[in-house]
Design a protein around this ligand. Structure first.
Ligand code: TXA
Ligand code: MG
Length: 328
């Protein structure tokens, strides 16, 4: 498979990326959450290229990235004060707001829905690209549909081949999982996708409590399919059951473990043991890269130790649930 060129995010290369966008082609670029696959958000043809590159159904809406909160009203209408307040508090940052779409927003971006997702990313390369381009950049995570989001330039190259004309390298993404999504188009704001900007932080800024949602129910349109999934079968279970699963696993099975503690001396059945940080931010930062590494080893099974059921782990647990199915 041909692969796109990874280039350092120098000023010259950012200018090249702007030319690529103006030609209606795709640029992969770093954000603080994950890498995005960007297109001119005003060009139907350019946006169609995103769906083709990802193999994503065209009714799945894209997030439009903008460089400043002041641009919000170019894309959205009837912006509630609460949404403005949240955007002002956390942009640039790992927050996406869903609002009623403005006149002139193309259907390709919104999947034909009457709403639009908007975000100002907190990565210097993304911001420079947006400012120089001077318009909105529609960008989903730069991975094939259903696969793990990329947190390094090389992940984009491996997953998307030559469909991006250019991959701007901005190092490894600081946050490491996708933005928190808050929907302001209903009666009350709703958290559609948890992210490392926590539910509690958003509730405090809004001065409200989100309505409790039925856990596990799809909250973002298009989240029914198992997103963020490795190819290797994966399960998540608590430390005790992990031990039992490893000890009882047939010898011929190769198992990789993502744990929150050191490998106990008594447990030798795991082929690979990765002890991730017990700090949720550090854990999120490395999770996708670790899943990719284990996936590339062609193991029979990946076992993931369940993180605590607390607010600060909510987003990580959400991604693990998608990667490894329901809690067992
Ligand atoms: O951190 C992020 O949000 C990354 C970076 C690149 O910004 N982007 C990202 O995009 O994760 P994507 O397309 O992989 O996920 C965006 C999610 C999708 O589940 C989509 O259905 C939802 O946002 N979404 C976008 N616009 C929406 C809308 N108008 N209404 C409801 N959901 C929307
Ligand atoms: Mg995605």
């Amino acid at each position: 498979m041909l692969s796109a060129q990874i280039v350092d995010a120098t000023d010259d290369n950012i200018d090249k990326a702007v030319d690529v966008l103006r030609r209606g082609e795709l640029v992969a670029f770093p954000t603080e959450t994950v890498y995005g696959l960007g297109a001119d958000a005003c060009s139907t043809q350019a946006v169609e290229r995103i769906f083709a590159a990802k193999g994503r159904p065209t009714n799945h809406p894209l997030i439009v990235h903008i460089s400043n909160v002041s641009e919000l009203t170019q894309w959205a209408t009837a912006v509630p004060d609460s949404a403005m307040k949240l955007a002002e508090a956390f942009w640039p940052g790992p927050l996406t707001v869903i609002l009623k779409r403005g006149a002139g927003v193309i259907d390709g971006v919104t999947g034909g829905q009457p709403t639009i997702g908007l975000r100002v990313p907190a990565h210097p390369v993304a911001l420079k690209l947006l400012r120089r381009f001077g318009g909105g950049i529609a960008a989903p995570s730069a991975n094939r549909f259903g696969q793990i989001s990329p947190t390094k330039a090389v992940h984009v190259q491996q997953g998307l081949g030559s469909s991006a004309a250019l991959i701007l390298d901005g190092g490894s993404c600081a946050v490491g999982i996708e933005s928190s999504i808050v929907d302001f188009t209903g009666e009350l704001p709703r958290l559609l996708r948890p992210g490392m900007l926590s539910r509690a932080a958003i509730e405090t800024a809004l001065g409200i409590d989100f309505a409790p949602d039925n856990d596990g129910a799809p909250r973002v349109s298009g989240s029914l399919e198992s997103h963020y999934a490795p190819q290797t079968p994966a399960r998540w279970l608590d430390a005790e059951n992990m031990q039992a699963a490893l000890t009882s696993a047939p010898d011929r099975l190769t198992t990789g473990v993502i744990a929150l503690h050191e490998q106990p001396a008594a447990v030798t059945a795991a082929s690979v043991w990765r002890n991730l940080s017990s700090d949720p931010d550090a854990y999120a930062h490395e999770l996708y890269a670790q899943l990719r590494e284990l996936d590339a080893l062609n193991l029979d099974l990946i076992l993931i130790e369940t993180p605590p059921d607390t607010d600060e782990w909510e987003a990580v647990r959400d991604r693990l649930r998608r990667a490894a199915g329901t809690l067992v």
